[in-house]
Write a protein that binds this ligand. Structure first.
Ligand SMILES: [Zn+2]
Length: 187
């Protein structure tokens, strides 16, 4: 269906046609760029600053679009995904500062987590690269006993050090698992 964005539904909805659980909705209402949003995210390219946008909720189980969802947007911030327009409008009116702080705290936490994950991956890759460069020069055993390479010992002792390193850094949250699965399908 071309380029779209995905908005995750918390809590998930149930299809009015077949009853299946639906946990996300695809939309082209924003500036579509395969972005993933949840409540508390700033919408990139929102066509409105504040207001309600209606979207069809597609059910992948029965291939029908039996109901709508309503994005409640307040100053380009997604503050709710509602089942009717009145709830969405009320939601926009009721945004308070404590909620904004919660969104900020959540995003800061996520940023820290990604920073830690990237730092670990980068550090281990650099370490492995150093290890391989030195192995070319000297005896493999001497390099292996070097304490500098202690943190990647489990990798260099395996048959496929780079593969082991990649596996150890595999994303674990469901959102990333989807990305990993998607890459395997297309590749
Ligand atoms: Zn359905």
């Amino acid at each position: 269906m071309g380029i779209f964005d995905t908005v995750f539904l918390t809590p998930p909805r149930h299809c009015r046609n077949c009853g299946a659980e639906i946990d996300q909705v695809q939309t082209k209402a924003f500036e579509p760029g395969l972005r993933e949003y949840e409540v508390g995210d700033m919408i990139t390219g929102s066509p409105i600053v504040s207001g309600v946008i209606r979207e069809d909720l597609y059910c992948p189980t029965c291939n029908e679009t039996p109901q709508k969802v309503y994005f409640a947007i307040w100053h380009a911030l997604l503050v709710g995904v509602c089942d009717d327009v009145d709830t969405a409008e009320t939601r926009i009116r009721d945004v308070d500062r404590a909620e904004l702080l919660d969104y900020l705290a959540q995003h800061q936490q996520n940023a820290l987590q990604w920073h830690d994950r990237f730092s670990r991956l980068y550090g281990e890759l650099q370490n492995l690269h150093d290890y391989e460069q030195r192995s070319k020069l000297g005896s493999d055993d001497a390099v292996r006993e070097n304490p500098k390479f202690f943190r990647i010992r489990e990798f260099v002792n395996s048959e496929d050090p780079l593969g082991a390193l990649i596996a150890a850094n595999k994303p674990v949250n469901p959102e990333d698992e989807t990305e990993v699965a998607g890459e395997e399908e297309s590749g």
